[in-house]
Design a protein around this ligand. Structure first.
Ligand code: BGC
Length: 405
């Protein structure tokens, strides 16, 4: 499958009932506003997908639209999403529907301020999944329960970056892993069972954020293994028996260092670009941070195509689940060509396939420029927000048509 991915909050616009809407104000973020207006312009999105010769599209449904108040479901919203799925099928594209791409209704967190620490939230989520899947199942068989569960939990509950804005990172082994991650995994597993009860042919997975990890210095191998467990494997180990395919979102490589500050979690200071940007270069080096030498995208993420093949080989060998690349892409940056980025990442993926990995599809992030959780500056799109093709789209359209890199 050749596809592209989007997420409801990032493209639809006007999602005023999401917890992110007021959060943007609270955090002083750029407002998401109308985003790419996909709620109204789905047919234009479909034209973009067709111009790229794609045969699959991954989008997410917005919980706060479908259930605007607790227990009240909006049949109009459900019908609209079901209509999108039908149109995709009519045009020869396979819809992959994601239930949870970071955004949740504001009412959920008002009623349950502890969020996913509260088991009631899981029950609410499952009711939303059941209602939505029942409305869409005539046109959809491919489901993604959670997008990047660990990124969501670390952002919302680890470091206060997403709603509900909790700071639990310093005592990660207390409530974070044993309660929060477990509740989330249980929600995934129950959603899996539910979807299979509703639909015999359901194909259910997740979109898991997996980075290539390397030790920042000799002696950091244990720190790498800890981080790999925490960010990648813990969730997979608890859900692998409830997964028909493993979606991988791959972007870059990260250098991991054992911590030089006792209060930091897991004993690691990862070489994330975000972390690097948040401290002075002196502090970054002092804490053991290391950056790779390759060109960087608009997110300051290092372009590291080999990592995609490595990650695929590794996770195929360890979990033996059919793999889909559910996200991979770059924010535009001077001197980094999206066509080259695509070619090098697809070559790396092809090598993993030749080595025996069962890879079913590649979904580029993203179909069009969108709201990058706080800013419109990073431009990930194969199209602009007004649906003009951007750099790399011609190349990708050729690959999708001919299967030749
Ligand atoms: C997320 C997207 C995000 C992208 C680029 C992924 O972590 O799923 O929502 O836009 O990366 O940052």
């Amino acid at each position: 499958m050749w596809g592209a991915s989007t997420a409801s909050y990032q493209v639809e616009g006007g999602n005023a009932r999401s917890a992110f809407w007021d959060w943007e104000v609270k955090k002083g973020w750029e407002r998401s506003g109308d985003a790419a207006r996909s709620w109204e312009l789905f047919e234009k999105d479909l034209s973009c997908l067709k111009a790229l010769n794609l045969n699959a599209y991954r989008f997410s449904v917005e919980w706060s639209r479908i259930e605007p108040e607790p227990g009240r479901f909006d049949e109009g919203a459900l019908a609209r999403y079901a209509g999108w799925a039908r149109r995709l099928k009519e045009e020869g594209l396979r819809p992959f529907v994601c239930f949870h791409h970071f955004s949740e209704p504001a009412w959920l967190l008002r009623g349950h301020p502890k969020g996913w620490l509260d088991p009631e939230v899981r029950v609410r989520f499952l009711a939303f999944v059941e209602k939505t899947a029942s409305a869409l199942k005539d046109a959809v068989e491919d489901w993604i329960v959670f997008n990047e569960p660990m990124v969501f939990l670390v952002s919302g509950y680890g470091m206060g970056h997403f709603p509900p804005g909790r700071w639990m990172f310093t005592d990660i082994h207390k409530e974070f892993n044993p309660v929060l991650v477990k509740n989330f995994c249980r929600a995934h597993n129950e959603a899996y069972e539910l979807l299979h009860r509703l639909q015999a042919e359901a194909n259910v997975g997740i979109a898991h954020h997996i980075s290539a990890l390397e030790p920042a210095a000799p002696g950091d191998e244990k720190a790498v293994a800890d981080w790999d467990w925490f960010m990648h494997r813990h969730f997979l180990d608890l859900t692998k028996d409830h997964m028909d395919f493993m979606g991988i979102n791959y972007y870059t490589r990260i250098f991991v260092h054992k911590s030089r500050v006792p209060f930091l979690p897991m004993g690691v200071v990862p070489g994330y670009a975000e972390f690097e940007q948040g401290v002075t270069p002196f502090v970054f080096r002092l804490l053991g941070g290391r950056r790779g030498g390759r060109p960087r995208t608009g997110m300051n993420w290092e372009v590291f195509p080999e990592g995609l093949g490595d990650v695929v080989r590794q996770f195929w060998a360890d979990y033996q689940k059919p793999i889909c690349i559910t996200e991979n892409g770059m924010a535009s940056a001077p001197g980094v060509d999206r066509g080259d980025f695509l070619r090098s990442h697809l070559e790396s993926l092809a090598q993993a396939i030749r080595a025996g990995a069962d890879v079913r599809g590649y979904f580029h992030w993203s179909l069009m420029d969108n709201y990058e959780w706080g800013s419109y500056k990073p431009k990930f799109g194969l199209f602009s927000r007004d649906r003009r093709p951007s750099q790399g789209s011609e190349y990708y359209a050729g690959v999708a048509k001919n299967g030749v890199l």
